[in-house]
Ligand binder design. Structure first.
Ligand code: HSE
Length: 410
């Protein structure tokens, strides 16, 4: 492609970041031709730029060969991206919800119209994980992907260790431009789940509707849960996980306790990290800023740059995929509550530890994934769930009972 003429939808946190990043990039044969935003009354961090408000100004402009979509609403983004692809314009987007919810349709549309649809910025901000999974790792050698892929929740969890409340840390994350317009998507693990859908496609060739994946967020975690982790010298991280077992794939989003020797122990604030485990290579950790204006814009810039040589995802792994989502396994979990009776709502296969206190109690043990999946954890404000460091129970035990009982009435 000769010169890239960009039509930019959205001039908020990432849009203005891209504008600045492009201005500092001389070697790229690309320039922003038009910018279309939604709200004419919004005060923007960059003033001396012409902003239009009619999407057709971009969609109907035959000179524009690249549409960069960086708006908040995934529903509106869906209409814009569909139209752009139909009009044979390449599309670069950072919108994980849009891609996760309309994956097959958008891939087909791009293919039919022989244009590229790129979305590196949609997963883990500045970390080039999509292209690496797509190009570098073979399907059959990959055994695990485990990502801290949401900057907002990682920021909140890090601040909790510094004694900052959930509400204050969330507000801070919003002010810093990390959080989604609707932060429920962040704190309830939806954003991480959308990203997991994209990771599953590029790592394993699996197309999964987001509704099929469990997402447990961090909204219900209490100070006592954080203290529990700290007393043990552990940390809590929200992970999007995919683990391959024979022809099955385990995939979900949940918070987990991790020990000091875990590679993500020091991944703090808005940083993200994606651990990729593959045969022969063993574990590799991709680490970088996962949210914010410039880090996200840097990934968008990389996609724009790839369009100079007509780069497209080929989805080769999808043709040979034989994996199915699996839910017949058990997890080692901690379930905490301020109300001890809530803990008895959960059927444990095996109990390792119980603590009953006046204001706070927990149970630790093995629970079937099917049991966990049937509870809407984000709505159970009376309980918090954390995976234990050992997470997956490979040998299912029928034994019931517990090894240790702590009763503390303080
Ligand atoms: N809200 C997202 C996050 C933005 O916090 O990670 C980057 O995708």
């Amino acid at each position: 492609m000769s010169i890239l003429k960009i039509g930019l939808f959205g001039f908020g946190c990432v849009g203005t970041g891209l504008y600045q990043v492009l201005n500092q990039t001389n070697q790229l044969n690309a320039r922003i031709h038009k910018i279309v935003a939604k709200n004419p009354h919004k005060t923007r961090s960059i003033q001396d730029v012409e902003i239009l408000f009619d999407p057709d100004a971009i969609l109907n402009d035959p000179e524009i060969n690249v549409v960069v979509e960086l708006i908040n609403s995934s529903e509106e983004a869906y209409q814009l991206v569909k139209e752009a692809l139909k009009r044979k314009k390449n599309v670069v987007t950072a919108n994980k919800k849009l891609i996760a919810e309309h994956f097959a349709e958008l891939i087909d549309l791009a293919k039919e119209n022989r244009v590229s649809l790129l979305y590196e910025a949609a997963v883990a901000g500045s970390i080039p994980i999509i292209r690496n999974l797509e190009e570098y790792y073979n399907n059959d050698t990959l055994s695990r992907i485990e990502g801290i892929v949401n900057g907002t929740t990682n920021y909140i969890l890090t601040q909790a260790n510094n004694g900052i409340s959930y509400e204050d840390a969330l507000q801070d994350a919003q002010e810093k431009g990390f959080a989604e317009a609707d932060p429920t998507l962040d704190v309830d693990g939806f954003d991480a789940k959308f990203k997991l859908v994209l990771l599953l496609k590029h790592a394993f060739g699996l197309t999964i509707k987001p509704e099929r994946l469990l997402n447990i967020g961090i909204r219900n975690l209490k100070l006592k849960d954080v203290q529990f982790a700290n007393e043990k010298g552990w940390r809590i991280k929200l992970f999007a996980k995919a683990i391959k077992r024979d022809n099955g794939l385990i995939a979900f989003v949940a918070p987990q306790l991790i020990t000091k020797d875990h590679s993500s122990f020091h991944v703090d604030d808005e940083f993200n990290a994606v651990l990729v485990q593959a045969a022969f290579a063993d574990k590799q950790l991709f680490y970088g800023k996962g949210a914010g204006s410039f880090p996200t814009a840097s990934a968008v810039l990389s996609d724009i740059s790839a369009l100079q040589y007509n780069y497209q995802y080929e989805y080769r792994k999808s043709a040979s995929n034989i994996l199915e989502l699996e839910d017949d396994f058990s997890l080692k979990v901690y379930i905490g509550s301020e109300n001890a009776s809530s803990l008895y709502d959960i059927d444990f296969e095996e109990i390792d530890d119980i603590f009953i206190g006046k204001n706070y109690s927990y149970r630790i043990g093995n629970v079937k994934f099917q049991t966990i999946k049937n509870i809407d954890w984000n709505k159970r404000s009376d309980m918090s769930l954390l995976l234990l460091p050992e997470e997956l129970i490979e040998q299912k035990s029928l034994k019931s009972g517990y090894n240790e009982l702590n009763i503390n009435q303080n």
